[in-house]
Design a protein around this ligand. Structure first.
Ligand code: ADP
Length: 489
């Protein structure tokens, strides 16, 4: 089975978020199961600078916005990716400084519609030609709005491969104007509510939903949620009418990078089999010390709550802000927060941290190392997201023996089992779940967690069940293989 992954990012070459991680881990997992996978990316300057041994596979002429682009297709193998890499080299679109989508001054590139439609057109041509690569995929797997037009372009080419389209976050949907639609020479019949048109503009993501043979998203619950007005960002109707081809497949985590037994960021290693209680206690002590709180061993029983994430409304930061005074005024706990994002959230957290010195331990910024140390050192991990396509932190927390406390949405609902009496008794509980995005519901869940924390035998059992969960990529890779087999023949 031959699969071509088309995306706008792949870790470690270029990454702005979770998409980049998936385009690293999933192709590797598929490759290990014997699938012949290649990745195709735009030849950003940043990527070209990191790669040697490029070979020119061929040339294409591709329609852009009122002009044709002369494009080279480059081929290479890069150890870090683990599968062959192809690049769409259109220097006047991609040989630029900065991130894949933004000018170095922080605004979107003015020609993003052209950049990603040219990329998608080029990939459709490469994937459908037998001459250029001596390798024709059975399935093209496209990801997020940047490649939403790819399944549509494939439908214009006779004998083109089948397509699978994955939505990683529906709130970014590649919306552009009618003027851009016309400049790109897209087929006129695509300007229709049954195709790309979207409330007076057009959406590239909608192209993926309409034209792909299968559509997936990154958790089963999110696949259901996005078919409702509350989570659908205006696409719920079109998703409902295509629900026969929509499936939710949970993302995995990298269990080598996120492994408390070997994690190079941790001062103390531990595992389910090897001193997990002492390991976590020592990491907690070290974490607190790093954040300016020096405690004696007998003072370490005070629960430490953790939060890591982008400080945006999606992550439930408004709920967090409202509950902080309640929990710090009424309970003997500490809270460690690592995040960066919207300035008003950063300022509000800063003000609270000044009110609760030594108890609200705030770090504004991005730190991979501190994130690992919080996962290991905290007792309870807070994830009150308002929506969460999959979410990674709750899975890291489970693996590090830090029961997550989550709002029951998206991937959080699919990965955390609430510590009810019954679930505790039958050894399935792994964390705490609340069912509506309100401070009352979240506080109630925190109080349940703090009560259980006072019962060490039950708490340790919860930690052990959490640590025993397997969220590696193999299971998801197998689900994708079944999907490719359904469409690729
Ligand atoms: P999203 O992709 O919506 O931001 P996820 O939970 O899927 O949320 O993944 C976020 C990833 O980014 C996690 O690995 C998390 O630890 C990391 N992360 C987010 N903010 C920070 C930060 N300030 N410092 C370090 N890591 C962070």
């Amino acid at each position: 089975m031959k699969i071509l992954f088309a995306a706008s990012e792949a870790y470690p070459l270029v990454k702005t978020g979770g998409l980049g991680d998936v385009i690293h881990a999933l192709p590797r997992a598929l490759h290990q199961q014997g699938v012949d996978v290649r990745i195709i990316l735009p030849a950003y300057r940043l990527v070209l600078e990191q790669i040697s041994n490029l070979r020119i596979a061929g040339w294409l002429q591709v329609q852009g916005a009122g002009r044709l682009h002369e494009i080279r297709i480059l081929e290479t193998t890069d150890q870090r990716l683990g599968v062959p890499l192809l690049l769409v080299d259109a220097p006047n679109l991609f040989d630029r400084p900065g991130s894949p989508y933004l000018h170095p001054d922080g605004y979107n590139w003015h020609d993003n519609a052209e950049r990603f439609s040219v990329f998608s057109r080029a990939v459709a041509q490469v994937a459908s030609s037998t001459g250029m690569l001596d390798w024709k995929p059975d399935v093209v797997h496209a990801h997020d709005w940047q490649t939403g037009l790819l399944p549509a372009f494939l439908k214009l080419i006779p004998d083109a491969p089948a397509s699978v389209y994955t939505i990683h976050n529906l709130s970014y949907s590649g919306i552009f104007s009618h003027e851009e639609f016309a400049q790109l020479h897209l087929p006129g019949e695509w300007w229709s509510a049954d195709a790309l048109e979207f409330f007076g503009n057009f959406s590239m993501l909608k192209g993926g939903i309409i034209f792909a043979d299968k559509v997936t998203t990154v958790s089963p619950t999110y696949a259901r949620e996005i078919q409702t007005p509350g989570f659908g960002y205006g696409f719920d109707g079109v998703l409902r009418s295509h629900d026969h081809k929509l499936r939710g497949i949970l993302n995995g985590i990298d269990q080598e990078i996120w492994n408390p037994a070997t994690d190079p960021h941790l001062p103390h290693h531990y595992s389910l089999k090897y001193h997990y209680l002492a390991g976590k206690r020592n990491n907690k002590k070290a974490l607190l010390k790093q954040l300016g709180v020096e405690l004696k061993d007998e003072q370490l029983h005070t629960p430490l709550l953790g939060f890591i994430g982008r400080l945006v409304e999606q992550k439930g930061v408004d709920l967090l802000l409202q509950i902080i005074p309640h929990i710090l005024d009424n309970h003997d706990v500490r809270l460690v927060i690592l995040g960066s994002g919207e300035k008003h959230f950063e300022n509000a957290l800063r003000e609270l941290a000044a009110l609760y010195p030594q108890r609200l331990l705030l770090t504004l910024g991005y730190s991979e190392e501190l994130a690992h140390r919080i996962e290991a050192g905290a007792d309870l991990f807070l994830m009150p997201s308002r929506f969460e396509p999959c979410g990674l932190n709750q899975m890291y927390s489970l693996r590090y023996g830090t029961p997550p406390l989550v709002h029951q949405v998206g991937g959080l609902a699919d990965t955390v089992v609430d510590a009810t009496q019954e679930n505790l008794k039958n050894n399935t509980a792994t964390g705490f779940v609340f069912y509506e995005p309100s401070t009352g519901a979240m506080l109630h869940a925190i109080e349940r967690a703090l009560d259980l924390y006072k019962k060490p035998a039950s708490w340790h059992k919860l930690m052990r069940t959490a640590m025993a969960q397997d969220f590696g990529w193999n299971k998801s890779a197998n689900e994708y293989i079944r999907l490719y087999e359904e469409v690729g023949k």
